[in-house]
Design a protein. Sequence first.
Length: 149
Amino acid sequence: MELRKIKNPFVVNVLRNFDESIEEVFDAWVDPVNVGGWLFSTPEGENKISEVDPRDGGEVLIGEQRGDEYAKHIGTYHVIDRPNKIVFNYYYEGEGENLSSNVSVDFSEEDVGCLVSVTHEMDAIYSEYEENAKSGWNMIFDGLEKTLK
């Protein structure tokens, strides 16, 4: 899956500080064992599949059972620059058009720990979901914090 050029993108940016080192936090984003427990996961969901090939051009697949719904996120890594940056695109496999969106994750070292900035670029048709998108990324960050502890 190529990095999609999105005309007039709708962009959400979410930041979070972590107490852990920049390397520890970066590595959690590409950890095939634990990433499915927090990335694209919900508190009530059960991870069913986590496949991660953390290299430029590698794929990511995360599937979670959410009650009667099976949520499947499929993507491709375009930049893996440890410990500074990850760029990937993904789409949610479900009903409808399955438009892919682009995600850039930037890591910066702080006096204590690191700062992670997620920039999620998607089609403007999703702009009405801005608060949901921010809430979703904050839920993902919450799950990451629990994983790192």
